[in-house]
Design a protein around this ligand. Structure first.
Ligand code: UD1
Length: 369
């Protein structure tokens, strides 16, 4: 572990300290001079130098994907060293364009040699790489098994052998299946309804076994329908908010599978980033499975209307047959995350939805300009 230098502007000390924690003083100073907005706001030159908190080395697998790229962005912002390993099957290299500090390595984590090489020297492994789709796993369970189970086992072995301090895994709310109890708490038995859900449960169990057997610290974070900027809307397996946003902005009628009364605990991506980064440090979290979500429940019909209100227009959805393996209701009990991680969903669903739609609007304008 190394320490970073920061140039601290007297007028905005904390903000600047965080922003520049990862760079050497000379780089920080040069970068500050380049940032006209920063200096015109303060009217001051950065003169004060401070030694700041330790930098750690993070491996983010799947870091060129939606959630992985948000994690990488926040880690860079906090001044850490970040290596991203991604196959680019679902991720995009361009998701990292805004953080050139990241070391990028392309490869397949189902190849044990590749997993071993990328884990070298890392303090923390954030294992986000997956084929994250229920319907895709129903259609092609073998490919999905390789990406979601083989790669996870390889990463566990690699993290153990590299002496990583902790591995944090992207679990899924799909583990709960259709158990009638709401909200879903971690003590409930899992009931996977799709290969994807089963693979995520197996991943969690592998993590707990590695903690017991080899002493590798692990945490599984169960994500609940995460949404936000950079979620790819272009595949038939894309998350519903990205699909609805794109359709409504293109003035097309979105499809609703089933009657639209199924509910989801939609979670804005920055809340997930906060939960995962807390899970790296929280002493009592090792060996645990923890829900990270908003803690609410919104039907697809309500979601559609909220999005149409924000975007405008009079489109109606097209109702089609319900999807195989689809869960009816999903809502998280987040009391364990609050207790063990000090987690609170800092951004509400409504605020996150507005920000997300604004992002898709801007991205669309840029693409059509
Ligand atoms: C599930 C998991 C989620 C996981 C994701 C990975 C649950 C409760 N959630 O999400 O944690 O990250 O898999 O794929 O199991 N829908 C439409 N129209 C569309 C697209 C989707 O009506 O164009 C519907 C789906 O049928 C579903 C809901 O919207 O009922 C959400 O779908 P989606 O965003 O794909 O995620 P889940 O499958 O719920």
């Amino acid at each position: 572990m190394t320490y970073g230098w920061a140039a601290v502007c007297p007028a905005t000390q904390w903000h600047t300290l965080r922003r520049w924690a990862s760079v050497r003083y000379s780089q920080a100073k040069q970068a500050c001079f380049r940032r006209k907005g920063f200096h015109s706001r303060t009217g001051r030159v950065c003169t004060f130098i401070a030694k700041v908190r330790p930098m750690a080395h993070y491996l983010v697998t799947g870091g060129a994907g939606f959630i992985g790229s948000h994690l990488s962005t926040e880690l860079v912002r906090r001044g850490h060293r970040v290596r991203v390993a991604d196959s680019l099957i679902t991720g995009k290299r361009s998701n990292l364009d805004h953080i050139p500090e990241v070391e990028f390595v392309q490869g397949d984590l189902a190849d044990a040699g590749f997993a071993r090489s990328v884990a070298q020297g890392c303090d923390y492994v954030l294992h986000q790489a997956a084929i994250p789709s229920v319907p895709r796993s129903v259609k092609d369970p073998i490919t999905s098994n390789r990406a979601n189970i083989d790669a996870t086992l390889n990463m566990l072995v690699a993290a153990r052998d590299a002496g990583a301090r902790r591995l944090v895994f992207a679990g899924s709310s799909s583990a709960y299946g259709d158990t009638p109890t709401l909200p879903k708490h971690e003590g409930m038995p899992s009931n996977p309804l799709s290969p994807y859900a089963l693979q995520k449960v197996v991943g969690e169990q592998y993590l707990q076994m590695f903690t017991r057997l080899y002493g590798l610290e692990t945490v599984s974070i169960r994500y609940f329908n995460v949404f936000g900027a950079r979620q790819d809307p272009s595949s038939p397996y894309s998350g519903v908010i990205s699909v609805f946003a794109t359709a409504l902005l293109d003035n097309c009628s979105p499809k609703i599978y089933g009657d639209g009364e199924q509910t989801r605990d939609f979670t804005y991506v920055t809340n997930v980033v906060d939960g995962v980064l807390r899970a790296c440090e929280a002493p009592a979290a090792s060996g645990e499975v923890i829900n990270v979500a908003t803690g609410g429940r919104i039907s697809l019909n309500t979601l559609f209307k909220s999005m149409r209100d924000i975007i405008g227009g009079h489109l109606e959805p097209t109702y089609v047959e319900a999807r195989q393996g689809d869960v009816r209701d999903s809502q998280a009990d987040i009391s364990k995350a609050k207790a063990l991680l000090g987690y609170e969903p800092g951004v509400s669903f409504e605020e996150g939805l507005r920000d997300t739609i604004a992002w898709y609007r801007t991205a669309r304008a840029a693409a059509t300009a």
